[in-house]
Design a protein around this ligand. Sequence first.
Ligand SMILES: [Zn+2]
Length: 291
Amino acid sequence: MAKKKAEEKQETEETPKAEEASVEEVLLEKPKEGLAVELGEVKELEEHIVEEVKKKGAFEKEAWKPKTSLGIKIKNGEISDINYILDRRIKILEPEIVDALLPNLATDLLMVGQAKGKFGGGQKRIFKQTQKKTQEGNKPKFATFAVVGNEDGYVGVGYGKSKETVPAREKAIRQAKLNVIKIRRGCGNWRCGCGDLHTVPFKVHGKAGSVEITLMPAPKGTGLIVEKECQKVLKMAGIKDVWSRTEGQSRSKLNLLYACFGALKELMQFKISQKDAEKLHIVEGSPLIKV
Ligand SMILES: [Zn+2]
């Protein structure tokens, strides 16, 4: 890299007349070439990373050394229910707490990045790659968006960035676990009335930046009528049918995903009496994990 840099400098020094052209070259063409090579490497890395995320073995409670008082209580067995933490809004500071209390926790990385392609034809990638221009050259940075959930009422999302791909992934997954929330599910569509937990029980909204999303109850068998990455978030949350509507720049993927998560958060922001909950078949979190 240093050699290339030196050569570039020499070129620009030798031809001071064609300065404009060389500047354009540097700005437009040179970084593209560099990026293409790096992205090729990233693609391989990415495949490896995705495999690794899926392979992840079971959580070993014995090997875990808790650092917070909450963690110690969980290891001792004083707290064995995630609802105890979520209902009291206790801040989770160790991702292992979520691992210990929510078995069958799955992790996925969402496509928030894009490979360089002409005319917007860039392929989707799990790493959003950005570059800072410095005296030493381009300094790339990687960011990724993770979603964790048990596909049964509990879900969390997280965003992580770093100079390397692997720490970015670790940060994102850690954040996602710390952000875990409980959602309400039910059968809120007037055309269905089956009583299963397959959709959102009522209409909810979420907003991030200019992006607004509305999730609406849908009858059984509809599927997830929503953007592809949002589908992954909803699937992790355990929602199978939903209708949706978006407003604003929904192409800005991160805002769309935050809005989607915001809408899921809103599911818990109403007080519902036990009577109404039974009447409308609304269940908080997972029916298997009892309060
Ligand atoms: Zn239904």
